[in-house]
Design a protein around this ligand. Sequence first.
Ligand SMILES: NC(=O)c1ccc[n+]([C@@H]2O[C@H](COP(=O)([O-])OP(=O)(O)OC[C@H]3O[C@@H](n4cnc5c(N)ncnc54)[C@H](OP(=O)(O)O)[C@@H]3O)[C@@H](O)[C@H]2O)c1
Length: 287
Amino acid sequence: MNERILVTGANGQLGNEMRRLAEGANAECFVFTDVAELDITDLQAVRCCMSENRISVVVNCAAYTNVDKAEEDAGMADRINHQAVENLAVACRETGATLIHVSTDYVFQGTGHLPCREEEPTYPLGVYGRTKLAGEKAIEASGCRYLIFRTAWLYSSFGNNFVKTMRRLTAERERLTVVFDQVGTPTYAGDLAALIYYVIESGKYREHQGIYHFSNEGVCSWYDFAKEIAALSGHECDIVPCHSDEFPSKVKRPAFSVLDKTKVKQDFDYQIPHWKESLVKCMDELN
Ligand SMILES: NC(=O)c1ccc[n+]([C@@H]2O[C@H](COP(=O)([O-])OP(=O)(O)OC[C@H]3O[C@@H](n4cnc5c(N)ncnc54)[C@H](OP(=O)(O)O)[C@@H]3O)[C@@H](O)[C@H]2O)c1
C-alpha cells in the first residue's frame, strides 16, 4: 500500500476494528488517533497531523454516538458530527486527500417499507440524525474527494452496544421485553472495517465517490436480534416482543431503516455477509 492513512476516533467500535485489520502487512501505513491525540474539532490540529504524517486518506471513525444524550447536548453533537467533519473535509480538500466518512440510517424518517436507497429523501427524527446529516452535507459542499458509508445498528466486541447488553441481560433475567416494531439490519463493525480496508488497499476508493449504504445482509427487528443473541449465548431467557411506546424515549427512532446495498455491492464488486453469520463471529469472540 502506498497510502498514508489517518484513522480518527480509533478507540471506538469501528476504530478498534480498523486497528485490528491494520495489525497485518500494512501497519506502517496507518496513524491511529482518538480525541487525546487528535481532537477533530480543532481544524489547526487536523491540518498539522495530516501534513506531519503526509496523509492521503482519512478514515473518520469519530462521532458523537449517544442518540438519547444528543437531545440535551445538541451543541456538542453538532460540533463533533458536523463542524469537526467539515474540518476533516476542508483539510482533505486542501491536501488532495480522500475522506472516508461514516454516517447513519438515522438520516431517514423510516416510514417506508422498502430498503432505503442512497438518493432517497432524508428526514432525520432527532438531533443525532440531524447533526450526522449536516456532516454529510458539509463534506459534499467542501469539494474534497470523499466516500460516505451510511451504516446501521453497529456492534462489535469493543465498546458498548446492543449485543453486549443483551448478552448480559439474558444471563441475569428470566424474562425480557424487546421492541419488535423497529426493523433494520445489524452491522458487525468488523465487516464495515473490512470494506473500508478493502476499498483503500484495492485502490478502488479512487474510482468512485459519493454516498453508499452498508449493513450486513438480511432484515430483522430488535426482538429477532435479541433472540439470536440469547440463543448463541446459550441463555434460556424468555424474550417477549413489545411495541416501542412501552419504552418511552425523548427520541423517535426510524421504524423501518433497512438499507439497500445494491450500489456498494456493484461499484466495489463486494459480497456482504448475512447478519446471522457475522453475529456468530462476534459472539465467538465474546464467549
Ligand atoms: N453505533 C451505532 O449503532 C451506529 C449506527 C449507525 C452509524 N454509526 C456511525 O458509525 C461510526 C462509528 O461508530 P462507533 O459506534 O464505532 O462509535 P463510538 O464507538 O462511539 O466511537 C467514536 C469514537 O470517537 C471519539 N471521539 C469523540 N469526539 C471526538 C473528537 N472530538 N475527536 C476525536 N475523536 C472523538 C470517541 O471518544 P469518546 O468515547 O471519548 O467520546 C470514540 O472513541 C460513527 O460515525 C457513527 O455515527 C454508528
